[in-house]
Design a protein around this ligand. Structure first.
Ligand code: FUB
Length: 451
């Protein structure tokens, strides 16, 4: 997709993040929200130039709130870079983020960082790697079984696991690091005679249990990768190869699965190179909904631009973050001077789509946004259905006297009822960097006839 297609394709929903390149999706369901942890390809990367991990969250699977960077490789004083694929899990109200990083003295290892909040800050409690074998220690995945035993799997081209102790930051030394036997029965037979890669297993394992069956979903078949899976009735195998879930598609030579159930539906996250400037080192996270077959096997899944349907409507009568986005064109996000994040890089004709906004039967009568600007500001057009859909109101954004000078600005709007996709379309004579946008809220009309 080039920039013009990006602008035109307002009906697209994949990739789900348009404001950054994101890869290696790791969803975590917690308290009625999906927290999506991603790695982060720096703009213009021509190698895996990756320094931090980002977090996005959603209560409806279509509008994703950007929480910014929640962990940087610098947090690990023993690391020098390569913030690759990680996974965060919750245990007893604490959040454990397992990540692979390049050590200062060379070679990848898996570290862990801990936080009291899913949004960080995450801190390295160890000051050294959690596990390392010296060979391809990347792509950790963690699952806590019903009996409380947690397992950490990882590796490329080998697949390793440890049994984590209850503290989640150490592992059972008696069992030690176990190398999984990669057999054709367990992981599919690979053509060729690479002794290190006798099976389809490549990297990016995603380990979980559903209805008593353990799943290992992973990037497979070499470069370019597809996504395959194996199952077992035990958390440590033996594994049975079950086939390819997602064929090689998209313009990224890697792929990386993340699977979760949320509000009664099943979701499959992956990445491709679909954004403008995208490719193997500038990737983007996408999601598809699917149903398991009655026997627990996966259907074949293809990459789509439609993505998924909302599982809930968005309430416009509470504070909503401007960086809660279903699809956007042109804008970026940044840490806000007041804390949290805000939308920036707002140019003339850029837009944000927020899906499935429920204005209710009484309807909205006014709109308020928190904005800041140094130039003459501009306008936020409020439109329904598309960037040139029905105009229900226009908010004038004045010069607020500085980007740190946040002001609440309001406008009355045409009474709007029902559920709509809402578009904020930005306009301004200055053309570039019109203003910044922190949050917004509609006010409900006074109910008529005492309704
Ligand atoms: O994102 C860097 C590496 O590329 C990951 O660790 C692999 O899974 C592949 O996606």
């Amino acid at each position: 997709m080039n920039a013009a297609e990006m602008k035109k394709n307002y009906h697209y929903n994949n990739p789900i993040i348009q404001t950054n390149y994101t890869a290696d999706p790791a969803p975590m369901v917690y308290n009625d929200r999906v927290y999506l942890y991603t790695s982060h390809d720096e703009d213009g990367s021509t190698w895996f130039t990756m320094n931090d991990w980002k977090c996005y969250s959603s209560s409806d699977m279509v509008n994703w709130t950007d929480h910014g960077s929640v962990l940087h490789f610098n947090e690990f004083r023993w690391a020098r870079g390569d913030a690759w694929a990680g996974q965060c899990v919750e245990r007893n109200g604490k959040f454990y983020f397992y990540v692979p990083i390049n050590k200062k003295n060379g070679g990848m290892a898996v570290g862990v960082a801990v936080s009291d909040s899913p949004l960080g800050p995450f801190k390295d409690p160890l000051g050294h790697p959690l596990v390392e074998t010296g060979t391809g220690d990347i792509d950790p995945t963690v699952f806590i079984d019903d009996d409380g035993q947690a397992y950490l799997y990882w590796g490329n081209p080998y697949l390793w696991y440890v049994k984590l102790n209850e503290d989640m930051i150490s592992y059972d030394q008696e069992v030690g690091i176990v190398q999984v036997e990669l057999t054709p029965e367990g992981f599919g037979k690979r053509e060729g005679d690479d002794p290190k890669r006798p099976t389809l297993y490549e990297e990016a394992p995603w380990f979980y249990k559903r209805n008593g069956l353990y799943y290992m979903v992973y990037a497979a078949s070499g470069i370019p990768e597809n996504i395959a899976y194996s199952t077992s009735t035990s958390p440590t195998g033996p594994w049975t190869f079950r086939g390819i879930i997602m064929p090689t598609q998209g313009t990224s030579f890697t792929n990386h699965p993340g699977v979760c159930d949320f509000k009664g539906r099943s979701y499959f996250f992956y990445h491709n190179g679909a954004l403008p400037g995208g490719g193997g080192f500038t990737r983007s996270v996408c999601v598809e909904e699917f149903e398991y077959n009655p026997d627990g096997t996966f259907p074949t899944l293809n990459m789509t631009t439609e993505g998924v349907s909302p599982v809930a409507n968005l309430n416009p009568y509470i504070r909503n973050e401007a960086e809660t986005i279903a699809w956007s064109y042109g804008v970026r996000t940044e840490p806000c001077s007041k804390g949290g994040m805000n939308v920036c890089n707002i140019d003339d004709e850029d837009y944000i789509k927020v899906r499935s906004v429920d204005f209710g039967s009484v309807g909205a009568e006014s709109f308020t946004a928190c904005v800041s600007s140094v130039k003459n500001g501009g306008m936020i057009e409020l439109r329904l259905g598309s960037p040139d859909g029905k105009l229900i109101g226009v908010l004038n954004v004045p010069n607020t006297g500085g980007y740190d000078n946040w002001k609440l600005c309001s406008t009355s709007i045409e009474n709007t009822q029902g559920v709509h996709d809402l578009f904020f379309v930005f306009k301004g004579e200055a053309k570039n960097d019109l203003f910044k946008f922190d949050f917004w809220q509609f006010e409900e009309a006074q109910s008529r006839n005492g309704e």
